[in-house]
Write a protein of this length. Structure first.
Length: 285
């Protein structure tokens, strides 16, 4: 029995998840991304690491929440983690990305009808790249990204949305270093940040996206009028009291169980200054 997909096609979803094919899309459109490779064994991983260079971000394909994702810094850690992944997820391809140290992370959410793109919002993470986006504090709009970086983010978001033939919502994550923007990943679907942006800007973006997915509307049919005043902070919520044995260090594998929102007038706000001052603490491998 054939199943009909509303909105973005299965083909596009699969393309975004397939790191090799997605990287070819980025390459064809002159969009930067970290050096990477795909392996199926520890031996292949060690051989590839000599070309990519440490540190490496190691992750299995087709998983959610950063499951089994880890930053490794030498061959011993790499071999151990690859074996661990293969034991837990047999026959799964393993992705190795050169980890860009000291990068800033940002993400963009957009809505697309296959031809037209509107960027709902761009958020800048407070923690450095390497902590899962679900576990990061983030500000909407960004608090210190210059025009050069913002222009790259907007350009790449619109290009990827069109090339994936997105019909509905899209989330893209970026790593930024030395004013150069790299694509970490793209997800042509609703992200957890969409309701956050919708609440912050007082716009029913999910309703708009649904009408586009149903084929009833185009992006150009909507009168976008976001309420932009001050900043909104995305605050990760953890449930460590319910899971006392969980390692509380943050890293690429998601540990938060929810999120909250806090509105501030400006960057002089004491809460923002506190979390910003703690941004480099305890990044785990």
């Amino acid at each position: 029995m054939a199943l009909k997909f509303l909105g973005t096609s299965f083909k596009a979803l699969d393309l975004a998840e397939d790191r090799g094919r997605f990287s070819n899309l980025l390459k064809d459109n002159n969009i930067p991304y970290p050096k990477f490779g795909v392996v199926e064994s520890a031996e292949q991983a060690i051989e590839l690491s000599q070309d990519l260079g440490f540190p490496l971000l190691v992750r299995p394909s087709y998983v959610l929440g950063g499951q089994k994702m880890k930053i490794v810094i030498n061959e011993q850690d790499l071999e151990k983690h690859v074996v661990d992944i293969l034991q837990a997820l047999p026959n799964n391809q393993i992705l190795l990305d050169h980890f860009i140290e000291g990068a800033i992370e940002a993400e963009a959410d957009a809505i697309c009808d296959g031809e037209n793109v509107y960027i709902l919002g761009i958020m800048q993470h407070i923690e450095p790249a390497g902590i899962h986006s679900g576990d990061s504090y983030a500000l909407l709009p960004p608090y210190n990204l210059g025009d050069l970086v913002m222009d790259q983010i907007k350009e790449y978001t619109k290009t990827i949305a069109i090339k994936l033939e997105t019909k509905g919502l899209l989330n893209i994550q970026f790593a930024i270093k030395d004013d150069k923007v790299y694509i970490i990943e793209a997800n042509p679907r609703a992200s957890r940040t969409v309701p956050f942006i919708a609440k912050a800007y007082r716009e029913p973006y999910v309703n708009y996206a649904t009408k586009i997915m149903l084929g009833e509307k185009k992006v150009t049919d909507f009168d976008f009028n976001p309420h932009k005043e001050g900043y909104a902070i995305k605050i990760p919520v953890f449930s460590y009291e319910k899971f006392p044995n969980v390692n509380k260090e943050l890293g690429p594998e998601m540990k938060s169980t929810g999120e909250a929102i806090r509105f501030i007038k400006d960057l002089k706000d004491p809460f923002f200054r506190k979390i910003y001052s703690e941004r480099n603490l305890y990044l785990s491998k």
